[in-house]
Design a protein around this ligand. Structure first.
Ligand code: KG4
Ligand code: ZN
Length: 338
C-alpha cells in the first residue's frame, strides 16, 4: 500500500511516499527555520503563509522522487493535530481537496504518534508493545505503546517541554533558534560536572517531568555571572545543563520501565537526536539486558515519512476521515478523534 503523507504542524512543510508503513520511497522537507530564526522562534502567521506557498511544490516533488503519479497512491495521510492551528490547516485542507478530487481515502494522523512511528522506519524489526519517551519542542511524554494505535500516557511534563528548555537555555547563551542542536554540539567539549544544577522532581508523580526550574537556574547562572562582569564557560554550562536534562528524562523513563516490567525502550521526537540522551539510554539498556531503539537522526525532527508510517497503521485500524476533517491545536496521543 502506497501512502502519500503530508506534514505541516510547525515550521517544516513535508511530503513523502511510504510503502506498507516501513519503506520510504521519497521524502521532501522544506524548512522555514532560517526565516523564523530572525525572530528567535516560530512566528505562526509566517509559518502558515510559507506552508501555503510550499505545499504544492513539496507534494509534487515527493511524487516525482518516488517516480509516481496520484494513480499509484492508495491513501493520503495528513497531520491534523497537535500543532500550530494555522499551519495544520494548510496541510489538512490541501489533503482534503486532493482526496475529494481523486477519491483517494484520507487518513488523519497525530503528530506525536508519527514521531513514534519514525522508529518503524529506522528499526524494521520493531513492533509494539514498548515504552516510548517522546521528547519534542512542544511535548515530553512517557508513553506505553500497547499497539500501533493504542497508547497510554505514563508520564508528562508539568511545564516546559524538554526541547523548549534546551532552546531557551541556548537562546540565553546567544545561540540561534532552535538552539537545542547547537547546545548539544557545544556540550561535547564541556564538563558536565562544572555547575551543580537542580534535578526537579514532581511529588506524587514519579514519572512526570518539570523543566522550568532547571531552565531558570541556568538562565540565572548566566545572568548573575554577567552582572559581576564575568563570563561563564559556555561549553561547561551546555554540558552541565544537558547532563541535568538527560538525567531527569532517563531516570523517570527507566523507573517507569522497571515498574511496568517493560524491557523494550524507544525514543522519539526532535530531542531524541540528543547525543547524550542516545548514549545514556543505549548504555543503561545494555547494562540491564533490555532492548533499545532510536530513530535515525535524519528522522528525529519533523518529516512526512513518519506520517506515512503511522498513517498506514491508522488505516489498518480503520481510522479514516472524510471532507469534515478539521485540524486541532491540541489533542491527547491516547484519545484521537477526527
Ligand atoms: O520534534 P521536533 O522537530 O518538533 C516538534 O514537534 O516540536 O522537535 C524540535 C525540538 C527543538 O526544541 C530542538 O531544539 C530540539 O527538538 N532538538 C534538540 C536536538 N535536536 C533537536 N534538542 C537537544 N539536542 C539535540 N541534538
Ligand atoms: Zn515534531
Amino acid at each position: 500500500m502506497n501512502i502519500l503523507a503530508i506534514e505541516s504542524s510547525c515550521d517544516e512543510t513535508a511530503a513523502a511516499v511510504v510503502r506498507d508503513g516501513r519503506t520510504v520511497l521519497s521524502s521532501v522537507i522544506a524548512s522555514q527555520v532560517e526565516e523564523h530564526r530572525l525572530y528567535g522562534g516560530v512566528v505562526p502567521e509566517i509559518a502558515s503563509r510559507r506552508h501555503a506557498e510550499a505545499i504544492v511544490p513539496v507534494v509534487s516533488q515527493a511524487l516525482k522522487q518516488a517516480s509516481m503519479t496520484l494513480n499509484d497512491i492508495d491513501a493520503i495521510a495528513v497531520t491534523y493535530a497537535p500543532g500550530l492551528i494555522g499551519a495544520l490547516l494548510v496541510g489538512v485542507n490541501f489533503a482534503k481537496g486532493l482526496s475529494m478530487a481523486t477519491g483517494i481515502p484520507l487518513i488523519p494522523t497525530h503528530h506525536l504518534r508519527s514521531h513514534i512511528a519514525s522508529n518503524y522506519i529506522s528499526n524494521q524489526e520493531l513492533k509494539p508493545p514498548f515504552l516510548c519517551l517522546v521528547v519534542s519542542g512542544g511535548h515530553s511524554h512517557i508513553v506505553m505503546v500497547e499497539d500501533y494505535t493504542k497508547m497510554k500516557i505514563i508520564g508528562r511534563t508539568r511545564d516546559d517541554a524538554a526541547g523548549e528548555a534546551f532552546d531557551k537555555a541556548a537562546r540565553t547563551m546567544g545561540m540561534p533558534y532552535p538552539g537545542g542542536i547547537m547546545l548539544d554540539k557545544v556540550a561535547e567539549d564541556g564538563d558536565p560536572h562544572a555547575f551543580k544544577l537542580p534535578r526537579p522532581v514532581v511529588h506524587d508523580a514519579p514519572y512526570d517531568f518539570s523543566f522550568s526550574g532547571l531552565k531558570t537556574a541556568v538562565i540565572n547562572l548566566i545572568h548573575n555571572t554577567a552582572q559581576k562582569g564575568g563570563e561563564v564557560n559556555k561549553a561547561d554550562v551546555c554540558a552541565s545543563f544537558r547532563y541535568a536534562v538527560v538525567n531527569c528524562l532517563s531516570a523517570n523513563f527507566l523507573k517507569a520501565a522497571e515498574d511496568l516490567n517493560v524491557n523494550r525502550l524507544v525514543i522519539a521526537g526532535g530531542v531524541s537526536a540528543n547525543s547524550l540522551l542516545r548514549r545514556t539510554l543505549e548504555e543503561e539498556c545494555l547494562r540491564r539486558g533490555w532492548q533499545f531503539f532510536k530513530p535515525d537522526k535524519s528522522l528525529c525532527g519533523d518529516n512526512a515519512a513518519m506520517v506515512g508510517s503511522q498513517g498506514y497503521y491508522e488505516y489498518l485500524s480503520g481510522n479514516t476521515a472524510d471532507a469534515n476533517l478539521n485540524a486541532f491545536a491540541t489533542m491527547s496521543i491516547e484519545n484521537i478523534h477526527a
